[in-house]
Design a protein. Structure first.
Length: 150
């Protein structure tokens, strides 16, 4: 599998465990370290582990072998190195501290999400049905007896 397809596939595996703010940085032509970084966040250490495990198992099922992994015990930043693609799974605060997106600011960044784009969502949204307002009858006013005086 080429590195671009692998990066998107690994991002999908991370998304399957509700990883947040997933970004794929295209580093080709910028550095020989890797072709792509996949960067994502998790809300807790157990979620960091779940996302890491999903990426590892998914990659194995796709026939991809991991070359190196770090941070599996600390779980604030897990790095999974597939040679041409490196996956970074962060706790939110740790991600903000290291700010890899800013460090590699020259890279083309693609955001990965499971949300439906707004334009498609609007088209598919059900049109609200017209609601018939209930009619309220006001009580009849009593007729006044008019007496004519002669």
């Amino acid at each position: 599998m080429d590195s671009k397809k692998l990066a998107f596939k690994l991002a999908e595996f991370a998304l399957s465990k509700k990883a947040e703010d997933i970004k794929i940085l295209d580093l080709r032509g910028i550095t020989p370290i890797a072709d792509f970084f996949v960067i994502c966040s998790a809300q807790s250490e157990p979620q960091v582990k779940a996302v890491s495990d999903a990426v590892l198992i998914g990659a194995k099922n796709e026939g991809e072998t991991i070359w190196h992994k770090e941070g599996m015990n600390m779980r604030s930043w897990v790095l999974l190195d597939f040679v041409d693609v490196v996956v970074h799974i962060f706790l939110r605060d740790t991600r903000q501290f290291y700010s890899l997106e800013k460090l590699w600011g020259d890279a083309k960044i693609t955001e990965v999400s499971d949300e439906v784009p707004v334009k498609k969502a609007v088209k598919k949204a059900a049109k609200p049905k017209a609601v018939k307002k209930p009619t309220v009858k006001s009580p009849a006013k009593p007729k006044k007896n008019i007496v004519k005086k002669k």
